[in-house]
Design a protein around this ligand. Structure first.
Ligand code: QVZ
Ligand code: ZN
Length: 328
């Protein structure tokens, strides 16, 4: 795999080289009016100085070990370091699907001990909602997050309620392949460095998501390391944005924006916390529709057809009958 060295804020990172061009994600102080404008317009921006999780800046593996308590944590393992999310509620509809990662529950202390081993065959990624099982000092750190700013941002942009805060601890080199989420996300980086590759929802035609009933719904079918341009020709027209988030940075990741996330080598395990918010309720449809709204419409139609046909195997021929020679 070809790599290139990029410089970010006087730091150098060796990153994987891909076939598509990218521009830089804007990086602005969180109080900059331009940053607020970008968030208002559903555009990604890396925010500095927010101290959104300032009370967690001292979180490292050791501190988490001592203060997370003895609750069970979900740890994913992957031989190729890629962690493609899959919806296990959709496994029944795909008999031949084989999960690309394995999932183990263990205490944080067991996870930390595994991190130290040199003979790990697989990369590991801990992903766990912050909940009441954590120790009192973590709860205190959590209550001291900059909720004033977070709540103000949520209100100003008419986001729905915050749904979850995920604690993420990844080994260097873990990759979350390209996918989109249906919630607004304030992504706070605590330790280590993560490279974000972002793609506007209008790039939908280049990303070829799995069918909606597939366990990998919302994920791109394209292997970024070896794109099959016969099957996915429009991938050749993909244009993206990229940026590196480090400790204290917060990325505003708008709903429906595609993202691939890579924990960079040379800077230790990555620790991140996500703040996910439900979408703003659509009070009045304004034309022209945004590309995110078009994705939502496509999803609803796919769901309706899958439900009406009640037979996923007949979806392809049905969908093609609808467009072949008529809309093509
Ligand atoms: C890959 C992993 C651990 C996972 C496994 C199984 C189920 C869910 C998830 C899940 C959800 C979110 C992330 C964080 C981030 C990607 C990144 O930071 O790597 C991202 O995509 C976002 O913030 O939207 C990572 C994961
Ligand atoms: Zn995501």
């Amino acid at each position: 795999m070809a790599t290139e060295t990029i410089k970010v804020n006087s730091r150098e990172f060796v990153v994987k080289k891909y076939s598509f061009p990218t521009e830089q994600i804007p990086r602005l102080d969180y109080q900059d009016k331009k940053a607020e404008k970008l968030i208002e317009n559903g555009q990604p921006v890396i925010l500095t100085g927010s101290d959104l999780v300032g009370s967690a800046h001292h979180w490292d593996i050791g501190y988490l070990c001592s203060n997370l308590g003895s609750g069970q944590y979900t740890v994913y393992s992957s031989a190729d370091g890629k962690f493609k999310y899959y919806d296990d509620k959709k496994l029944t509809q795909n008999k031949q699907f084989k999960p690309p990662t394995t999932q183990t529950d263990m205490t944080f202390q067991e996870f930390a001990a595994k991190l130290k081993r040199k003979d790990n065959k697989e990369l590991m990624y801990l992903q766990q909602p912050l909940n009441e099982t954590v120790g009192t000092r973590i709860v205190m750190d959590f209550t001291n997050f900059n909720w004033g700013w977070a709540n103000e941002t949520q209100k100003k942009n008419h986001w729905g309620p915050m749904t979850s805060n995920l604690l993420l601890v990844g080994m260097e080199g873990v990759i979350t392949p390209a996918h989109y989420d249906e919630q607004e996300n304030l992504f706070a980086q605590i330790q280590g460095y993560k490279r974000f590759l972002l793609f506007d929802p209008s790039q939908f035609e280049c990303m070829y998501p799995y069918p909606i009933y597939h366990p990998h719904d919302r994920q791109s079918q394209v292997d970024f390391d070896n794109p099959d341009l016969t099957k996915f020709p429009n991938f050749a027209n993909l244009k993206g944005y990229e940026g590196v988030v480090g400790p204290r940075d917060v990325l505003y990741l708008p709903m429906y924006w595609w993202h691939q996330v890579e924990s960079l080598h040379g800077h230790g395990e990555t620790i991140s916390i996500t703040f996910w918010y439900k979408a703003a309720p659509t009070v009045k449809v304004v034309y022209p529709l945004t590309s995110g709204q078009k994705v939502a419409i496509m999803r609803n139609i796919e769901k309706m057809i899958a439900e009406a046909l009640n037979n996923n195997e007949s979806m392809p021929s049905f969908m093609q009958a609808m467009v072949q020679g008529r809309y093509t």
